[in-house]
Design a protein around this ligand. Structure first.
Ligand code: AMP
Length: 181
């Protein structure tokens, strides 16, 4: 277990940017955290220790900041990494879903046949806001026959209640490191 001091240190490296990318949004900027190796380790350790020994086949990372944490976690957990990407980025035939974020409407794509039937998958992103992005990634996974056993986020904007959208439960955990509100 990480100490409260360690988590407070990591939290201190998250920078608030008001009115980005649109007026009224308080953007949680993780670049100062990434620039501090100790803070980056703390959040990776915090997530990884919750899954060690728990049979995770695949980490699905959501473009773009979910790649940063998801890739590092896949390496730590000895899992595959599969990217869920913005439209038009993947070179091979892909599945697509539409979803709503805190500030936009968007689409996500995943290469067809990325997830084996029955694979145990953790969906990873930097921020849980309204939950629409992670839910869309989960739909791509289940559409290919995978099982979403958990979602993992560095930051949770609890006041937006994304958890209710994700419908977590014993068979589908929602893990977050740093919560606001
Ligand atoms: P949502 O689908 O509403 O849960 O939004 C989550 C996605 O949007 C994540 O990929 C985040 O990177 C991004 N996002 C949403 N709100 C914020 C915020 N306030 N600060 C930083 N990123 C955000």
């Amino acid at each position: 277990m990480l100490s409260a001091d360690a988590l407070a240190y990591a939290k201190s490296k998250i920078r608030d940017i008001p009115d980005f990318p649109t007026p009224g949004i308080l953007f949680k900027d993780i670049t100062p955290l990434l620039a501090e190796p100790r803070a980056f380790h703390i959040v990776l350790d915090s997530i990884a220790e919750r899954f060690i020994g728990q049979h995770v086949d695949v980490i699905v990372g959501v473009e773009a900041r979910g790649f940063i944490f998801g890739g590092a976690l896949a390496a730590r957990l000895n899992a595959s990494f599969v990217p869920a990407r913005k439209p038009g980025k993947l070179p091979a035939p892909s599945d697509k879903v539409s979803y709503k974020t805190e500030y936009s409407v968007a689409e996500l794509e995943m290469h067809k046949n990325s997830i084996k039937r029955g694979a145990r998958v953790v969906v990873v992103d930097d921020v849980l806001a309204t939950g629409g992005t992670a839910k869309a990634a989960a739909e791509l996974v289940t559409g290919q026959g995978g099982e979403v056993v958990a979602y993992a986020f560095v930051i949770e904007l609890a006041f937006l209640n994304g958890r209710s959208v994700l419908e977590g439960g014993p068979g589908r955990r929602i893990e977050t490191v740093i919560a606001y509100g």
